[in-house]
Ligand binder design. Structure first.
Ligand code: GRF
Length: 205
């Protein structure tokens, strides 16, 4: 029998990608993976409510704003790593997580952290490229299509190995909001496919 892969989903907002993963887990679409916990970096986000409704442990670790930015990232990353060790986490999924993970967690979980980004990387990724800014930049550049990318997380921003992409057309009259909505739908499919792919790899390793 293959090992169970405990998955930690990191969130910062609405959590619709988390919901897609919870639904996939419930219908058995994550193979030997199971959503072991969710962790948010801010209180009161709807993602945590989704976790509670699904009986998934909802953890909270907020950045320590008293620390300078470099140490703040390190401190939060180390706390997340500690929780991963305690809960025997095999795969970390960033599903709209806005904090940046650095140092030990990136090394210890190399090849076992994935992120979903709402553009066709390497286009429209990098520092500051999140939320509506991504979609506005796509529109401003006159791109005929956009989409989403599931990729491994490395020490860079949106630079890790691409696992899969899903594409959508940019339509006449699109706004950042309408394009975001079209892509969001594809993210929900992509994040489940990417997670299932990683679970298969990790369980077999
Ligand atoms: C998604 O667009 C994702 O690509 C980005 O943040 C958004 C999160 O949406 N990284 P949700 O919280 O899963 O609804």
């Amino acid at each position: 029998m293959q090992n169970t892969v405990n998955i930690l989903v990191l969130v910062s907002g609405n959590g619709s990608n988390l919901q897609a993963l919870i639904n996939a887990d419930q219908r058995g679409a994550l193979g030997t993976g199971r959503i072991a916990a969710t962790l948010a970096d801010r209180a009161g986000v709807y993602a945590m409510e989704r976790a509670r409704l699904a009986n998934v442990p909802a953890l909270l670790q907020t950045p320590n704003k008293a620390l300078p930015i470099t140490q703040r990232r390190q401190d939060l990353s180390d706390r997340v790593l500690q929780l991963c060790r305690e809960r025997d986490i095999g795969l970390i999924v960033l599903a709209g997580f806005l904090s940046i993970l650095v140092d030990d967690i990136i090394h210890e979980y190399a090849g076992r952290i994935i992120n979903v980004h709402p553009s066709l990387l390497p286009k429209f990724g990098g520092v500051g490229m999140y939320g509506e800014r991504v979609h506005q930049a796509v529109l401003d550049a006159g791109e005929p299509e956009s989409g989403c990318t599931v990729h491994l997380v490395d020490a860079g921003t949106d630079t890790g190995l691409i696992l899969l992409q899903r594409r959508v057309p940019v339509l006449a009259g699109d706004t950042a909001a309408t394009l975001a909505e079209r892509i969001h739908h594809e993210e929900h499919i992509a994040i489940v496919e990417g997670t299932a792919l990683m679970v298969t790899q990790i369980a077999a390793s």
